[in-house]
Write a protein that binds this ligand. Structure first.
Ligand code: IMP
Ligand code: MG
Length: 187
């Protein structure tokens, strides 16, 4: 355990990805993004709140002028059959003709990104691509093209580096697995 935040870290079963591993991977992704978007009109769109930490680290490694924006979408709980994603906060800029890079914390079933990508494509951007720090492919139901993938992870509930359990643990500097007893005490 890194043990910089002992009050939070007592709930962590194991560290899956250290901050150092994450930063090294982001450097590789950012270099590819820098190469791919040269001469384009890049707008990086973070999906709040989970992508906030990943996004801020990633953009500081991209050597290009770029624009930032954010969206907030509702969790898909209870809407899986209809597949609707509710937009709680929309973009504040027009993306017509722009190259949109959607930044997400984790790709799980793919429902969120499937609907979001379709919505944004209907606004006539030049392109829409996805960067996700984590990819958990076991429960994927939607067909998603993940252009920039951080890490593939096993089917475990992870926290930290932006990801939460019950809105907590987002400020852990690494990706960890939560101890079962934390869920048990709740449910
Ligand atoms: P999906 O791809 O539409 O199923 O939704 C992905 C969203 O589910 C992510 O943006 C997270 O908010 C949440 N999520 C999925 N797996 C995890 C996890 O292991 N830890 C924390 N949040 C998760
Ligand atoms: Mg999320």
């Amino acid at each position: 355990m890194e043990n910089q935040l002992p009050m939070l870290e007592k709930d962590v079963k194991k560290i899956l990805l250290t901050n150092e591993q994450i930063q090294q991977r982001l450097k590789v992704l950012a270099e590819r993004i820098t190469e791919d978007y040269k001469g384009k009109d890049l707008i990086v769109v973070g999906i709040l709140k989970g992508s906030a930490v990943f996004m801020t680290d990633l953009i500081r490694k991209i050597d290009l002028p770029l624009q930032l924006d954010f969206m907030v979408v509702s969790s898909y709980a209870g809407t899986q059959t209809t597949g609707q994603v509710q937009i709680l906060k929309d973009l504040s800029v027009d993306i017509t003709g722009k190259d949109v890079l959607l930044v997400e914390d984790i790709l799980d079933t793919g429902t969120t990104l499937f609907h979001l990508t379709n919505l944004l494509k209907s606004r006539n951007p030049a392109s829409v691509k996805i960067a996700s720090l984590l990819n958990k492919p076991d429960h994927r139901t939607a067909d998603i093209d993940l252009e920039y993938e951080g890490f593939v992870i096993p089917d475990e509930f992870v926290i930290g580096y932006g990801l939460d359990y019950d809105e907590k643990y987002r400020n852990l500097p690494y990706i960890g697995v939560l101890k079962e007893e934390v869920y048990m005490n709740k449910e």
